[in-house]
Write a new protein. Sequence first.
Length: 591
Amino acid sequence: MPKREGAVHVATTERTYGGKVYRTHLLRRTYREGGKVKHVTLANISYLPEHVIELVRGALKGEAYLPAGSALEIKRSLPHGHVAAVLGTARKVGLDGIIASQPSRKRDLVLAMVAGRVLDPGSKLQTARSLDPRTATSTLGEVLGVAGADEDELYEAMDWLLQRQARIEGKLARRHLAGGSLVLYDISASYYTGSCCPLAQYGHAGRGKKKGFPQIKYGLLCNAHGCPVAVEVFQGNAADPTTLSSQIKKIRRRFGLERVVLVGDRGMITAARIEDELKPTQGLDWITALRAPQIRKLAEEGVVQPSLFDQRDLAEVTSPDYPGERLIACRNPYLAEERARTREELLQATEEKLAGVVEATRRQRRPLRGKENIALRVGKVIDKHKVGKHFRLTFSEDGFTYERDERKISEEAALDGIYVIRTSVRAEEFTPEGTVRAYKGLSAVEHAFRCLKSVDLRVEPVGHRRPDRVRAHIFLCMLAYYLEWHMRSALAPMLFDDEDWALAQSLRESAVSPAVRSPKAARKAARKVTEDGLPVHSFHSLLADLSTVAKNRVCASPSLRQARGVEFDLLTIPTPLQLKALDLLGVSLSL
């Protein structure tokens, strides 16, 4: 019977001699002859490096290998690591399920806009272009399956989201609020670029930050830790206290919370709102602060005196003007020093401007004359720094004089650093120190506004023409901050944020004293490295670092005919810092 050609393969044998293991790799041809399998050794390739032997073994099994160097090309490279971090966190905290329990394209489009606001905030047109495969700036559209969505589709998804806002906020309230919860409420504003939206109105000059532009206002509800729960948009000229009634209805009726402590600042929870809206509502207590005239009245009545703070920095006092309520007077010496320094600087700046007016009345060429003209010029500068009440002015037809009113300055200085917390919460529930800490919790809402309006999420400028689109835009930004809040909490060991918040609170001298850093946070701030030697980042710069993990689309060179059409994805190998961030978030690069 003739001998037939057989298969060639690499045969590996092992033998032990003298306590050592010897491995032999033989190139063999196997064939069948006369019903028997026979082997022919073609070569001994044991002397070759192990990786070369494996290549030979694979090639004989039919695997195709491309020449190194010019064989492979990178067809496209898209940033992916920050997308994996953001979307992975969104899914981990269940944000997709909060938006809608059933998967849908609109839900994915909303999630893309929320994640896009965290990754690279911009207009809806910019977001649409970032999802377009031709102009994509990340793998966001590809991962969510919404690549190619245009701005019209995004606007439709925003309209869909706004219809679900009450339901979504209800889910967030059930997750982050409970009976007896502290609820923090504050309001801010962003400037508006346009002239067609009825929500955009000219309001308080300090709110929208942009002189000459109208603004829109929005109120944010958070839990005691600063986690956002709900947001509502108001006209730009709405007074802060007028926004309170809708929040009370939301907390009691929509969220169904029977017992709540509402915390708001002195400009929000006013005496009128307390009498008309808060006191009549069963199960609703509040914590706020008194305004300066109210504190001054208490000082004149002898209720609040500097001697209260000789041995301590807070004291609970009573006043017949506030029956059934508690007043906690506090004095912060650091705040007192700051206010004294600021007052002196403002007084000096005002004196410089007044001196300029005096010089104008004494100049030889065209001097300023006339009591009315002089008073008009003085009026333009005297209240620029809000310290005109501290000056005594005397006018004449050919000049004027000014001097500080030392009595008024001394009266105001006596109350420097003193503030009074007003609350209806009983002492059995909140100690004086606990009440002060609860009021200071409003700083968490202020931090949320800074993230919304600064480099993180850039809620402004608002440019949508339709009020519903403005509301949807603000709600999208709130959901983006909800996502960022969870990411910051997980990534705190790598950020300049304090990861030992409870320890830092315990290290404070008292509830009134300034906040202090925990030892870990202090070391991070001083050394700029973490406990394991990695660079400390801001949230924004850490996302930028994660974005360097790219998804590369690799293809074979066109010159290789046998490998035409071969394409595959290859991820960048993450650095130790990137691996640490992904580990803290509990997510992986594969989505």
